[in-house]
Ligand binder design. Sequence first.
Ligand code: AMP
Ligand code: ZN
Length: 479
Amino acid sequence: MAEIRFHNTMSGVTEPFVPLVPGEVRAYTCGPTVYDFAHVGNFRTFVFQDVLRRYLKSRGYRVIQVMNVTDVDDRIIQKAAAAGVSIRDYTDKYIQAYLDDRRALNLEPPEHIARATEHIDDMVELIQRLTEKGYTYTSEGSTYFRISKFPSYGKLSKIDVAGMQTGARVDMDRYDKDNARDFALWKAPKPGEHFWETPIGPGRPGWHIECSAMAMKYLGETLDIHSGGVDLTFPHHENEIAQSEGATGKQFARYWLHAEHLLVDHEKMSKSMGNFATLRELFSHGHKPSSVRFLLASVPYRSQLNFSPESLQGAASSVERLRNFILRLHSVKFPEGSSPAMSERVAKAREDFDRGLADDLNTAQALAAIFDLVRDVNIAMDRGEFRQGDAAPVLALMDSFDAIFAVLHDDDAEKLHALGLIEDSSGPSDAEIDALLAERQAARKRRDFTASDRIRDQLAERGIMLEDSPDGAIRWKRK
Ligand code: AMP
Ligand code: ZN
């Protein structure tokens, strides 16, 4: 199998991936800030992180993934205060929504989901360690990280800190490169704000410290992969490195992977631009969870992806094409035997698929390998050249595909039902449809066309349309 290579933001090049402990990958994923529903741009990054995780598992690694949930930061405090509720009550709702959305997109649950507010003690301890080593100072009850004490500050985002004014501070959690300053590790409480009483004084954590504290708590002082969207490179990840490496003196993360943005009309999708769509909005406009997942996974994570309803429709037809292909493979009785040419063709597709993913998760190349094979197999079937024995290796490759892309199972209706977006997912399950189709096939074989038509009508009443094709395959669709 091809050597796995990832683009490491730290080195700026695509490098062979070798985890610290053989056979095991310890990965940290920057999760959502739960001040609102996540938008499809956020999910671009979360889908990338899921593809990464699934791919490493498919290559035999044991993956231990930790994802934080930022449930306290500037925006959450403001929004909870405006709504007149505690930050716990305010964020609970959005955490639940986020987890439900993840399920809709078949995102596998990370091994640890860590809520910032449940790790205040770990953050305080880390700040104390930094203080012991002389990396911090306090001002008006807040504790700041002194970036001039950490000479490699800027190494990830490549900002030049040479001319910066020593001692200039920033209190906001989010700021840009032009404002690179000493940043807040711990913030003194403002009147009326929620705060924790701790050995470093009353207050609440700055945003960056949670990821250092939680990553090291669950994964040890040096992790294999740290990932997030490109906007996190500065200041968030830069600050995480300063905090973690300042405290431990060890390399914090060996590979830094950053997903490019999802754009709308060439602008980053973001809450502040107002150009965002939540998953629920897309689903209630008739788009399927599998189309969203397919679209987000189909463009390699380091390329920007311009989002449009048309691109979602394109994704929907791609998924449908693949699902119909699987159905054809399962439902048609091909001539006995197998063909060496087809076996070679499938082996080549598998090789191309593997090579694409190994090359910094080039999902577009991996997908091209699959769609080329689908086209060739369909042609072979149309010509009567495809044999029964050829089906198993093709299906095995489609299984490998779906272990990563996760779109083949037709459960979109169930997912929309689970989100409360459609009232009725009581249509027949795939298994029920398959059983009825087998019954109908048997009826047709004994030339009992009354029974066969009755089954067709029953299915139609329950929203399932059948298409008989000349080669004897039966395809079905949910209306
Ligand atoms: P946040 O909830 O703002 O902390 O963001 C959660 C994740 O979504 C982070 O990894 C961000 O980098 C990522 N993100 C935010 N906007 C976009 C976008 N338009 N495209 C891709 N990723 C994004
Ligand atoms: Zn983070």
